[in-house]
Write a protein that binds this ligand. Sequence first.
Ligand SMILES: [Zn+2]
Ligand SMILES: [Zn+2]
Length: 437
Amino acid sequence: MNGGRLRRISFFCLPFLCIPLLSLSVDQRTAQRIDEEIERHNAEIVKIRRFIHMNPELSNREYETAKLVASKLASLDLDVQTEVAKTGVVGLLRGGQPGATIAIRADMDALPIQELASVPFKSLNPGVMHASGHDVHVSIALGTAMVLSTLRDKIKGNIKFIFQPAEEGPPQGEEGGAELMIKEGALDNPPVRAIFGLHVWPDELGQVDFSPGFIMASSDWFQIQIKGKSSHGARPQEGIDSVVLASQIVLALQSVISREIDPTDPAVLTVGKIEGGTRSDIIADSVTLEGTVRALSEANRKKIPRLIESLVKGITQSYGASYVFNYEPSIPPVYNHPELAKDMLPTLIRLLGEDHVKGLTPQMVAEDFSHFAQKIPGFFFFLGVKTLGSQPGGTLHSPNFNPDERSIPLGIKIMAHLLLDCLARQSALGTFAPKSF
Ligand SMILES: [Zn+2]
Ligand SMILES: [Zn+2]
């Protein structure tokens, strides 16, 4: 995978976003229709969510999920494209009024986890579970398509529904995810001007968390192979002990973040795997370390691999050992376009109340939505799914993760309003020809 280069999109180059703060939001009648449509479709949407939850599929293998999504979108009379980036589905909802195209993205893949939550709609696929809530994401995006397809006359432009495979990362040796969807044209034809996404979050139901700017970290992979020399465990002077070198390297790596990186610009370096040696009484000739680096800035993203390598080089050389260093940039940090965020904040406050829209310190987890948000202005937020007053349940990626399903109609309502408000703002440009976007 390739992280690409982070490109900040200048607000000033984008007439699309340069709209005065007019009261351009969904009118009362439309808001009421949105509520009615959500109510009308709610049972079906929950049924869809439970079906997807019971039939989770791993990254790049989302065949049945994609089939369900594509047939639902086709039944709503959207233009549907399948097999985008392997199992991805793209549906285009053409609005009744002219305008730009914007998108909503939902990820579809599950995780290799055995579900332990005691729900009546437990996973039927042993060892596979929707523990990251992507079943909820798909249901919210599909529900938004169901609701907005009945309101075409109100839509000033088009809405693209992007159902993406492999957010959790494609299997070894395969391409996939947001990057491949972009490569295969998900943001083209018609060109998409802004994109919206969400992730379920173990905050309380009714709560939305988000911040402008960097909201989630990059995620890069590294591997260090230390090559020493084998000898009898009782004759260490004849060998070069890779285990001792690996131990020194793991400890020394801790100083990269704590001593070399600006503490106000967070980064994480974790060695998650050590492998090496054959027997207790043999000096190991080789040890392999694997880890992850998380950062919120491109500056740190570039600096950290250099620091790791110089440290590994220094330690191995001083003992006459050698090394191989592999570093793969994978997912860039998620960037919430500040102007788009500023424009959309009143929509969130209108729907949820000021107390329920919380600022969020950047999270060091990663999301490949960042690839989309590198190309066009992106708006990404976290949707609370923890039942009010409940004990802290399973967190994301845990076998007990069990989001409150009432987050689905709420997510649909938020997305429907955000998309309509965004297009209404865009159409207020009036005199701008589409080519000037
Ligand atoms: Zn996940
Ligand atoms: Zn996820």
